[in-house]
Design a protein around this ligand. Sequence first.
Ligand SMILES: Cc1cc2nc3c(=O)[nH]c(=O)nc-3n(C[C@H](O)[C@H](O)[C@H](O)COP(=O)(O)O)c2cc1C
Length: 370
Amino acid sequence: MSRLRRKDEHIFTALKLAQRSAISGFTDVAFVHNALPEISSRDITLTTELFGRTIEAPLVINAITGGGPGPGRINEALAIAARDTGLAMAVGSQTIAVENPAYEESFKVVRRINHHGLVIANVSAKESVETALRAIDMISADALQVHLNAPQETAMKEGDRDFRGWLDNISKIVKRVCVPVIVKEVGFGLSYEAARRLNEVGVVHFDVGGRGGTNFIAIEGWRGEGKQNCLESWGITTAASLVETDSCGLSAAIIATGGITNGLDAAKALALGASAAGIAGTYLKVLWEQSVDGLIQSIENTKSDLKKVLLMVGVNSPQRLQNVPVVITGRTREWLNERGINTANYARRNGLVSTQNSIFPPGDGKPTKS
Ligand SMILES: Cc1cc2nc3c(=O)[nH]c(=O)nc-3n(C[C@H](O)[C@H](O)[C@H](O)COP(=O)(O)O)c2cc1C
């Protein structure tokens, strides 16, 4: 099957499966309501610095397949939405256009439409330095995403089965390119160990791409055999992956992607250490159903809800969300504690409060919370 046809099928299957609910872990994360916020909405700004650019909110329209006439039109619409709302945008994998210049236009359109925006290039971890450089050049990218997608390849009949050499490749790319390099999972999450190994070869920017949203094992299963697959539950949820990656203490920027659908989830991700939240599947679906105006409205709603959270917890910028109390419960807390990440320590470091981390210091006579 041609790469182009496969990419079209990814889009249609992603749209078909978009209704299915999955667990990103953010329902285990809650802000502690602040009944005395003492702030005016006029004092709040969502403006954020990311990879040397200023964006209007800490949100990224994340990589969605490009290449060819259909995806090219999607890229064009996403670029208009990114420009009109001031968000960052990553394009989908550009290998197809590096191999066949006929497809370049479907990526170049993004920079043509959005001259001054934060635009991020995208290649697979198996690609050469030369491919990475051409991808960046193609769209005058401000940053480069290098994606890791072993589970997706494994699920694809025609997919790769040999994943050797990725780390070495990434190391070469990081050394040679002149823009920030973000290593990104595509929906199965980065672990603490993976983030550390990537850091050892020079990676400081991560997109955790966790489980809970678009699921490429499910997509490939439906595409190939039209049925569910026992491996669909594979992966680390976005919330757990975010805390795992953040607790390495090695990152300059973390993008939290995977099942984020609204401003509240985005706010929780920011509170847990993300510099920005990435959204792919949800925005693709809105674009498909409501066209570009609908997508712009949906992004404005995400921004507005994010701003309301800042107002309710009483902070004036997204960055300050890392200083407000958050409770981590349920499976996410269990997962993190099993993994040796003490949510109490993590909570203290970030000014968070977990269920283990009593608001009363030990021995002060107050009842302790379990
Ligand atoms: C149709 C589709 C195509 C995608 N293509 C790419 C790609 O080419 N490169 C990449 O890094 N990620 C790709 N992704 C993954 C997303 O960038 C994101 O990591 C993943 O979908 C999880 O986010 P979500 O739950 O918000 O969709 C694609 C996602 C979708 C839905």
